[in-house]
Write a new protein. Structure first.
Length: 342
């Protein structure tokens, strides 16, 4: 080969480094498979397509549910603070928490990582978080793609996307049409900001120094609710659910009730976390806070009042659901009472 000949590597794409990463992924995937009871034909990391054996899953009238999502601009702060071991948990959580809204049990997950220049150490840390998220949600990472894209992403920049598939019996499917008048709305606490509203967070951080006691809160990974929610589904204790993500509490709850029903929310009952109180102090209106952030509520379930005690027993003490409102039929789609307690 000529000395000055053009090559893919000189263009900024290192295939040999990418192959090392694939071997690393295959290795940890096999370790993960040993811990998982999920049926799969064989390890297919590095292949053109991933396999998952559905024949051993005993579910009557099965429905496949699929979700895809990303982590948004939280990635920029992961870069800024050089913390990459938990952003992968966020990626899995954003997909899995959408799956369980319909009562689906997570089966498998695939990831897409795009980078300007492949950094093995950094990418391994991201993958560590993805595997951790899959472990928490009891699903398998069965494939993915890592793309080195010089000129599209600058050297240190990267982006993440995830895709997950779950399964649910038609009888267990959570559907907004199961919601009834006088059903209660229970709020399940978030672990923090989760993965929404970070464009506003970043704008605030450019002008304001984050207090030392809140530094860990900024990149705290999104809570994965699959363990608890699937137990509730199995026991037929909930009618509908809502993952509180982009759009905030009200918009996401509206997606989980019939068009002819109304939400009645007592804002004073919301247990607001310290990180949101700090953000609020930076000249953000209550309305903006509610439609941008989860404000301390990561997930909601809509239930019959008689089931509340049984539901609370499923959760650990620091994640206990609490009542914030109820469902009614009125001229207004949303009825808000009282004020947020900052």
């Amino acid at each position: 080969m000529k000395k000055n000949a053009n090559s893919y590597k000189k263009s900024g794409v290192n295939i040999s480094l990418a192959n090392k990463l694939v071997k690393h992924i295959s290795k940890i995937s096999k370790k993960s498979a040993k811990k998982s009871s999920s049926p799969i034909n064989k390890d297919t990391i590095g292949g053109f397509g991933s396999l998952f054996d559905l024949s051993k899953i005993k579910i009557k009238d099965p429905i496949i549910v699929s979700c895809t999502d990303g982590v948004g601009t939280k990635i920029d702060l992961a870069n800024k603070y050089k913390k990459f071991d938990s952003i992968g948990i966020d990626l899995v959580a954003m997909c899995i928490n959408d799956l369980i809204v319909q009562g689906a049990k997570p089966l498998f997950f695939l990831d897409y990582i795009a980078v300007g220049k492949l950094n093995l150490s950094k990418t391994k840390k991201i993958l560590k978080g993805i595997f951790k998220g899959c472990e928490i949600s009891k699903c398998r990472l069965i494939g993915g793609e890592t793309a080195e894209m010089p000129g599209i992403y600058s050297k240190d920049k990267f982006d993440l996307a995830g895709f997950s598939v779950g399964i649910v019996s038609k009888k267990k499917l959570l559907d907004k049409n199961k919601v009834n008048i006088d059903d209660v709305i229970l709020a399940i606490p978030s672990s923090g900001i989760h993965s929404n509203g970070f464009s506003l967070v970043r704008t605030i951080l450019k002008k304001n120094k984050l207090p030392r006691n809140l530094k860990k809160e900024i990149l705290k990974p999104t809570k994965i609710y699959s363990k608890e929610i699937l137990k509730l589904v199995d026991k037929n204790l909930i009618n509908a659910a809502a993952h509180i993500t982009g759009g905030g509490l009200i918009e996401n709850l509206l997606r989980s009730i019939p068009e002819y029903y109304s939400l009645n929310i007592d804002l004073s009952k919301i247990k607001i976390k310290k990180i949101f109180k700090w953000l609020k102090s930076k000249n953000i209106s209550d309305q903006e806070m509610l439609q941008t952030f989860n404000c301390g509520i990561g997930f909601c379930v809509i239930v019959k009042r008689k089931n509340i005690t049984k539901i609370k027993k499923i959760f650990s003490k620091n994640m206990t659901p609490y009542e914030i409102g109820y469902i009614s039929k009125s001229n207004k789609k949303v009825n808000l009472s009282n004020f947020l307690k900052w």
